[in-house]
Design a protein around this ligand. Sequence first.
Ligand code: AMP
Ligand code: MG
Length: 335
Amino acid sequence: MADYAALAQAALDAVRDASLVCRTVQRTMDAVRAITKDDSSPVTIADYASQAVVAHTLRGRLPGTLHLVGEETSAYLRNPEHATLLAGTVEAAREVWPEADDDWLLEAVDLGAGEPNPSGFWTLDPIDGTKGFLRGHQYSVCLAYIEHGQVIIGVLGCPNLARDFSVEFDERDGAGSIYWCIRGQGVWELPCTHSGSERPVKIERLPHASPTISYCESVDSSHTYREAVMSVMEAVGASGEPSRLDGQGKYAVVARGQVDAHVRLPRKRPYVERIWDHAPGALIAAEAGCSVSDARGEPLDFSHGRGLEKNIGIVVAPPALHGRIVGAIAKRGLI
Ligand code: AMP
Ligand code: MG
């Protein structure tokens, strides 16, 4: 059996370093845009640098072959027309990987071109919530280890998410938050900027107690059927506008008890969710004491390659509320 504690420590360090790189690129976004004359170049640079840093760290720290299913490949960066972006990516990665050069960086990005391996593999979304990153709002660095279809380790770097609940989601935090867990061992929180000496805080989702019910959803209205979600949530007692944030920070804010539920329903055209968009968040919410399922109440099934082929939608909430949400979805014939 794999040494899960060693895997989790390497994953935590990898996500912490990648999160630091993303924060720096975001801080210097205007300068990056000015040099590259391209509005989306900061996210491109941060995406590739984040994937390279995570892959490089996991390879250096863990024995054996690295099976990593990452969202990015190096083809775009290898195109000579994108040399400026490659140079920017190498420079960004050097903040935490000082020896990085063009060839090593490209090779590290390509370590993410692995296939799901039933006996154990990693999945990475180097920046989940691209649009949130570009707006300077929420996004996350998402890494999970999956064995025989079960998520075993989850790490979420949320570089702009304040640990203080009174800070608005669209306010950029100076320290950010990082969440990690090993199945069966609970969830832990640290600032993204931690140096390794701070004591992690255990996160637990208390049963829902307040008279009002809140929920969160994607900022991008094409990623969820907002009107249907609103009718379901009103049926279980929610009122008012949901919080909206990009990336898997949605799982974290429910796990830590700030928001009561996260619901995602597909719009009419069926959409197969990608494993890297849900694996770490789903384990983190479940380990904090939430119920996590698809819209029919079925467990998320990570044993079908890159997609959650057997699932439709997502429901995350404390157990009693979760049951009521799934019931309200079924009653409305939404799945
Ligand atoms: P979110 O930040 O929760 O809106 O999710 C971002 C992720 O949604 C991206 O990483 C995409 O992989 C994924 N995505 C893209 N298109 C869709 C879609 N039509 N429905 C649901 N998710 C999508
Ligand atoms: Mg994503």
